[in-house]
Design a protein around this ligand. Sequence first.
Ligand code: GLU
Length: 326
Amino acid sequence: MKIVLSCCVALVFSVFVLLGLGSEPVQAGTTFVTIGTGGLTGVYYPTGGAIARIVNKKRKAYGIRCTVESTGGSVFNVNAVMTGDLDFGIVQSDRQYQAMTGVAEWANKGPQKDLRAVFSIHPESVTLVAAVDSGIDTFADLKGKRVNIGNPGSGQRQNAIDAFWANGMDYKKDLMAEGVKAAEAPGLLQDGRIDAFFYTVGHPSGAIKEATAGKRKVRFIAIPNVDKLTAQFPYYAGAAVPIRSYPGAVNKADVSTFGVKATLVTSSKVPEAVVYAIAKEVFENLESFKKLHPAFAALNKQDMLEGLSVPIHKGALKYYKEAGLK
Ligand code: GLU
């Protein structure tokens, strides 16, 4: 009997430890919410962590406990939010627009009518990193090279395809396109197994630091014909890769490219009170939130309500109205 009892105690204890609840008893009625992010060396993962940290400070008041999951990126996050596997996801603004209109990866599934916006976050630039010894000095030099365009499920994959389109190239014919996750690309580049990779990411990012700090020297490659992209696609804008974050790269000046914004999305099925709490806590603690990652440095409340294509979730809207922001 004693043995059975201590086994039970040990089991309950390990469940608590596994759930990360060891330090504090769980309130009856705690709502667990998960935010889908991206690779561990991207900016989405620490962004999810920053949101969770701010919201979890008030877990007694709201009864919400927020956790973060590393995922394959924007497209994966939209789909997992739509199936209910995730409550929230960080998603590129262009991917939000495509999911709303039922194009790109959603061409077969159609418009994702239950997708809702919460707020937008940091800017992301389409970042192209190439090994100096691969002989890639310009975008056109990607011809015939082994280039990681991103895993299916990532945001960057379509951005890379669009960049090739704007420059009269076909990624299926003109190069050897790889489809690995961004977190693996810096290692493959340093090992000489790829010549270049694309990553649509905020700066500074761990993955780009890793790629630029290795033995194999690398440079950022500018993406030409951004005008053609912005004329064709309403969600793209000109952007730059700030080289001050990456002293190991050989470039001497910021590199021109195009960009999007990271946004937080959810489903219309997620309860109003949960989305209200997340919007309110991030907005009311924005100065503390901004200190949690250098990519947040320029955030302000008005901008965080821009770049959203799908309707704002009613819980978030309730807060924005109360705060006089909408
Ligand atoms: N923009 C990337 C994507 O949507 C993720 C970037 C990041 O994790 O910071 O897949």
